[in-house]
Design a protein around this ligand. Structure first.
Ligand SMILES: NC(=O)c1ccc[n+]([C@@H]2O[C@H](COP(=O)([O-])OP(=O)(O)OC[C@H]3O[C@@H](n4cnc5c(N)ncnc54)[C@H](O)[C@@H]3O)[C@@H](O)[C@H]2O)c1
Length: 324
């Protein structure tokens, strides 16, 4: 896929490049032959996510410690850049504790990324948004026309980022594409208690501890494997007709949290561990049926089944935890 991306672009800036999803985008861009600069403040990202890529790709990867809210520092990353993948964000857990920080990073930070892209004549911006911009589902399947009524600080700030991206398209004729991610999982995802559910369950079960389920485990998630998501980013960079458009990036693979717990236990041969149950998380959305038709019409095909993605993730995690 992404045949010819090197013909169209030379140097990509990935904000949040040392993070979970950002590092997979960095990897695929390097594999396609682009030079890449990662700008990350390491709030959640890790040097170890990019370290093997420096070894594999040498000087084609540049890594800078930069906060996207710092306009001057961010400006220094744009020399020669012709495409930006904007992944840096304050995640949900930060938002709950510090909503002002959330607004600053996801709102002002995104504004800085866009304004500099305009000033440096960047050809394309692929902006990471979130399914959280929809809020409570009003109908199923949820397509991109579904009303945008976020119910969390995180959703509000991510929607602000989207709206800025669209405004820059309208005001300055820029080419921004918005990708709304849902329940991404895979190697390198944070596995501490503020991480992703697949990695948290994986870490606990690997260590012989039961998965902790908030609620009764019947809540659904639309799991999307990170390598497919990185390929979507590259497709969005290449496909025509995506300017100003938003795309749901959900694989359509739905499992409940209870089913996930059973699969993780089965993977590690720990079927006898009894789940622990705790109170529902406030605002947890329980049912997901997200349409990915618009993305598939662009020609995208999801390659990873849930069993393949899960086993690749849990195998990676086991090796990672053994090395700790
Ligand atoms: N993981 C998911 O399921 C999911 C779902 C919806 C949307 N998203 C979006 O995907 C993007 C990537 O998220 P992720 O899951 O890889 O999380 P992550 O925390 O691993 O990645 C975010 C990266 O941004 C960096 N960062 C945070 N604040 C920054 C700042 N002020 N300046 C520079 N860098 C900063 C972090 O250090 C981290 O490396 C985010 O925009 C997020 O909102 C993720």
């Amino acid at each position: 896929m992404a045949v010819g991306i090197k013909e169209k672009y030379n140097r990509a800036l990935v904000t949040g490049g040392a993070g979970f999803i950002g590092s997979h985008i960095v990897e695929q861009l390097l594999e396609e032959g682009l030079d890449v600069i990662s700008a990350d403040n390491y709030a959640g990202g890790k040097k170890e996510n990019l370290a093997p890529l420096h070894e594999r790709f040498g000087g084609r990867l540049e890594e800078l410690e930069v906060d996207v809210t710092d306009y001057g520092a961010l400006r220094a990353c744009y020399e020669g850049v012709d495409i930006v993948f904007h992944e840096a964000a304050s995640k949900k857990t930060v938002c709950l504790k510090d909503p002002r920080r959330d607004m600053l990073v996801n709102g002002t930070g995104t504004f800085n990324v866009l304004e500099l892209a305009r000033d440096f004549g960047v050809k394309k911006i692929v902006h990471a948004s979130s399914g959280s911009v929809y809020g409570e589902p009003r109908y199923f399947p949820q397509d991109e026309e579904h009303p945008l009524n976020p119910t969390s600080y995180y959703g509000v700030s991510k929607l602000a980022g989207e709206k800025y991206a669209r405004a820059f398209c309208d005001l300055y004729g820029m080419d921004c594409t918005i990708l709304r991610y849902f329940h991404v999982y895979g190697p390198r995802q944070e596995n501490s208690d503020v991480g992703g559910v697949v990695s948290i369950f994986g870490r606990r079960v690997f260590n012989g501890q039961p998965p902790v389920i908030f609620g009764d485990g019947t809540q659904q998630r639309s799991f999307t494997y990170v390598k497919d998501l990185a390929r979507i980013n590259l497709l969005a960079a290449m496909a025509g007709g995506t300017r100003g458009e938003a795309y749901n990036c959900a694989s359509g693979i739905n499992f409940t949290i209870g089913e996930l717990a059973e699969k993780v236990k089965e993977h590690f041969g720990r079927g006898n561990l009894a789940n622990q149950y705790a109170d529902w998380t406030v605002g947890d959305i329980r049912a997901f049926d997200v349409s990915n038709e618009k993305l598939r019409k662009l020609g995208f095909e999801f390659r990873w089944s849930f069993d393949e993605g899960l086993s690749s993730t849990l195998n990676w995690l086991a090796e990672y935890l053994k090395g700790k």
